[in-house]
Each structure stands twice: as C-alpha cells, then as structure tokens.
Design a protein around this ligand. Sequence first.
Ligand code: BES
Ligand code: MN
Ligand code: ZN
Length: 493
Amino acid sequence: MQKIQIDAHANTQLTDFDSLIIAVDQQGTLLTEGLHDEEPIKALLQTLLTNGDLTGKNGQCLMLALPAALSVQRVFVVGFGDRNQLSDKGFLSTVQNVAKQVNASGAKAVLNGLAEATPNGRSREWAAQQISLIFQRSLYQYQHPSRGKFTAETAKLNQMAFTQAVSLQALQQAQATALGMALTQDLANLPPNFCTPAYLAQSAQTLANDYGFKVHILEREQMLEMGMGAFMAVAQGTPTPPKMICLEYRGADDRAPIALVGKGVTFDTGGISLKPGEAMDEMKFDMGGAATVLGVFKALGELKPALNVVAVIPATENMPDGHAAKPGDVVTSLSGQTIEILNTDAEGRLILCDALTYVQQTYQPAKIVDMATLTGACIIALGNHVSGVLGNDQTLVDQLLAAGQTTYDRFWQLPLGEEWDEQLKSNFADMANIGGRAGGTITAAQFLARFTREVPWAHLDIAGTAWVSGKEKGASGRPVPALVEFLLQQAQA
Ligand code: BES
Ligand code: MN
Ligand code: ZN
C-alpha cells in the first residue's frame, strides 16, 4: 500500500493541488472552513443549486471537472445533509464513497475540506483522523504473491492536506492504523496454502527485523515437552508444523507488559467434527486474531508508544486425519487442568488456553487481551457490525469499549457468570470444551476464563467482524483500530 503524504499544517494554496474536496449541508451551505477565497466557490454552489444539480443530501458527491473559476482540475462537492442528524455511520460511509470516487479520478494531490462536516458529538480532530484513515485505506488492495509487487501506477493519490491544521499525532495514528490494518488484511486474505503457521512466524520475524522487536518461536517438540496438551491435540491432526509465535515490544523500562493473544488457526475444517462444505473456504480467515495482533504490532513499531506489549500467537491448522483428536479424547492443558474434547471444531479455545497459560508463566503481564474468531454464535448474537467483548475485569472491558467507541471499531459486552460456567461440566475431565448451543459465545469465554483467573483479562470474539462475506469477501482489518487506540490510551495512563 502506497503511503499518502498527509500534511498536518493547513495548506489552502489551491495551486499546490489538482483537486479540491468541499463539504456542504442540505441547504448547499459551504461547511468547509479555512479556504482563502470562498467567493468563486460559493458562486459555483449557487449555480449548482439553481440548476437543480446539488441537493446537499448526505452521500451526494458531485465531481466538477475543469471548473472555470478555480485553478484546480476538479472539485468534489460532497453533501452531508442536516448536520444535527449526521451519525458516525452516515459520515463515515459518505467519506468512504468520496475516497472511492477520488481514487477513480485522476487526482494525485487533494485539498480536503471535509473535516468540518463533523457528525453529532464528534470533534473536527476526530473527523480529520477518520478521513485520513479512510483515504489511506482506500489505497489498500489485496495482491496475490505470484502476481508480483503492487505497482505504483495503480495508486495515484499521494498527497493530501486539510483546509485547517490537524494534530500531527492524530495523523500518525491514522497512518499507523492503516498500515497495521493492511498487514492484517494481507495475512488473512492470503490463501491457506500460503498463510501457514510458518508463514505467520515468518511475518513476525520480519516485523521484528523491521522494528526491533524481540521474537521467539516455539516448535512442536518443545510444546509437546512443555505439556501444551490442549494446543497439541489440535495440531496433531496436521503434518503442517504448528508454531507458538512470541513477540515483545519494549517502549517503557520496567512496566509489566500488556499481553495480546491471537487465535491463529490458518484453516479450520472442524477436524473430525467436520464442518459442512458450504463457505468452508472462509475458514482461512480463522487466523484473524493472529493477524490482528501482528497488525497491531506493526502500528506499535510505527508509533513507538511508552509501554511494553507482548504478543503470543498459537498457530496451527485444524484438520481431520488418522492422527487427529477424536470426540471423547481427554487432554491435559499446560495449566494442568484436564479437558474432554467433545467437539474438535471447538479448537480455538483449546489452542488459546495453552497460550494464555504460557503468556502468564513467561511474561507476568499486567493484563491480557485475547482476540479470536471463536464462535459462530457471536455472529448470531451480535451480527457483523460489533465484536463481542467479555472479561473478568470491568475496568479493562470499559477501556476496550471506550476505544471501540472512539474509533467506531465497536465492541459490545456480553456477560460472564457461574451459571454459564456450569455448562462446561464433564464427567470425565475438569471441563468439556463445549457447553451446548445456548450462549455459545459466553461458554467459550467461560472456558478461557478458567485459564486467566489470576490476571485482568478480556476476550474479543471477532467472528462476525474480522472479515466480510459475499461479493466483497475479504478481511476487514478489524479490530486493529480499536486496539491501537486502546494501547495509546494505556501508554498515557
Ligand atoms: N472458527 C470457528 C468459529 C466461526 C464459525 C467463526 C463461523 C466465524 C464463522 C470455531 O472454531 C468454531 O468452529 N466454533 C464452533 C464452536 C462449537 C463447536 C461449540 C461454532 O461456532 O460452531
Ligand atoms: Mn472450529
Ligand atoms: Zn476455529
């Protein structure tokens, strides 16, 4: 993804740009502020209104090529409707469509006047940050490795400024978030014969080289010896070597680290409890948690905030095989607790529980956030617009909820409690790995909670948000924005 150079200083020198983007409301009134000479623009708007071309309704985007009165090659006139009615969603969708249209034009250098079209309750700074993120992200395109490098000519837009100054820090967060999301999307979009556990480990290695992180990869023999019986039970069904990928970012001297744990199932067939064939290809996205953790680390490397963060990613395929775990198998987790595997398709919690124990034993983290495409039930409960969040520490959950709200990469909290925990009862082990159909997202988290009793912990179920299905099928890059925001807030605390 080519980086757009975004200026934090206001620059309204029209001769520096080939395109101007202005915002109007439902009356056709100019919302953009800071332009030197508004008169020709206002006259232009008046003509558009009189001619019946401009409605100013939210979402309208008119491109005027070669406007006689202005020195730029094109003007985009963007309607935001009644600003008292303008929602976050309304604002963000309009900006996304504008970015698409700008990219479809010949625009290379744009003067962006949309930051004053703030939705209800949001600041100009927020709008500018979101606009920067959206424009930068509009240049993302998945490119299969064998098709060669992303060519510069496909991305033309390379320079942007706002009509009023914006904080450099907000812009840097937007850029780093966009880069992180692009990595997350690239990894998740890759076919599962390319994005193997070894490939994820290699990506972590590359990040470590690029940004000076410490990296450490555990191999199958070591993990078997250490006693990761739950993780290894999933990995025993595939000859593809599993990996436990560990990364360390140090941005502060002696603060206990925040741990990020991401589910890295590079393909989930369900194992012996085989999934139905329909849309099974989408189970290549079952490493969305791992990809998010790596994307967040990319952003950390760019931003270098003052805190310590460790990443632990258990990565494996979940395959049916002569050696695969069977329903009824009992295994001993790294924590010593035994698990009856009643359904081999509930593999995420099996690999995560050992990663959660390992991260506590190795790094003594101050808090843990895990993220996983863990349950189909989460999609049934919440749909595809918010991720689920559950945890044993309300302060931590509140911080994540707030970061989600700020970035519009939202979470919705589901409860935990003894009643749901009881659903995990097994007659043959300390617990079963499934708790029945009722409250599937909660019982999955309840399972993980048994491995995080001693530490503030939150779990993000991103099954509904990590990728988009249908015609636009592809990884979303979520929840990188919320986690970057969360970590930057933690650095300030
Ligand atoms: N990776 C899936 C969850 C999933 C399914 C995410 C569909 C996104 C879309 C997970 O490993 C799984 O199979 N979960 C089971 C758990 C069940 C067996 C208790 C599920 O959700 O059906
Ligand atoms: Mn599964
Ligand atoms: Zn899975």
